[in-house]
Design a protein around this ligand. Sequence first.
Ligand SMILES: O=C(O)CCC(=O)C(=O)O
Ligand SMILES: [Fe+2]
Length: 312
Amino acid sequence: MTNTTNLSNSEILTTNPLSPEQINRYHQDGFIIIPSFFNRQEIEPLYKACVEDTKLQENETSFLDIDGNICRFTYFMETQNTLLGSIPRLARMVDAVETLLGGKECYHWHSKVVRKEPHSQGYFNWHQGYGAWYYDGCLFPDFVSTFVAVTSATKENGCVQVLKSSHLLGRIDHINSRGNMITDPERMEVILKKLELVYCEMEPGDILIMHGNTLHYSENNQTDHPRVLVVSHYNSADNEPYDLEGAEILRYRPLKKLPDSWLQDKKYDSVFIDKDFFNQQKTDDAELYAGVGNLEKRYSRLPNTRKINEMP
Ligand SMILES: O=C(O)CCC(=O)C(=O)O
Ligand SMILES: [Fe+2]
């Protein structure tokens, strides 16, 4: 089966574009949640593979949160002709992102599947996407992140939490804490008192879309069931890092769009394959943080006063 279609990107348009109201809300609040962005049949095979199969776990990368709890996820940058690899390229995703970037072309920065095991303690501390990518050498905060719910996401299982309109704060300095880029804790304490916190609870198929400067966080999973999100980050095509030496992987790569019907028509080969995943550790060594790009370079750009809690 082919990986793409013969049509050009401009000929493949979503059948369900964002409404002016959704676009306004995104710019006002820094995020939107769209229920049923994917229908149940589209998501079902992924749900089965992520919840009932162990294949995903075999490809997981582990890292420690700032308290030393293990978090696991799988990364991918290259997109295969799998269900998983098709998601970031679907017209409804790319068109939404490009609309929110003001009509600019985007490229796939990277994606991950974040599966929180039942009763796992790992959590994501407060951060902005651009809080890290700034230090990768991207000049503009022209990033949009999408979070597709594969399982339900609830307060109890560690759904994403956002601070409303926090993207209007601009980029905030981040520190490297055990390999996690987290928002300057001093500033964060004050911001938390000022801005409204929203729990982004979702059902399978719903999507959360947020600005690169939106502050977000997510708690541990206190339930008996896994919580799974497919998270994709997009950068604008004209915003690749200014210095790509040792970080070629972050270079602009044209994104080949797929029609919205791709999943419904089962045009993909399988749900996912080992090749989907980048930087597999195949190890339980949680000290290793498998980031993408050149992390040494990223950390070397942190202001000296912020170089606390360096990676071991
Ligand atoms: O999966 C989550 O709860 C948060 C993930 C996240 O913030 C990210 O991937 O950037
Ligand atoms: Fe994030």
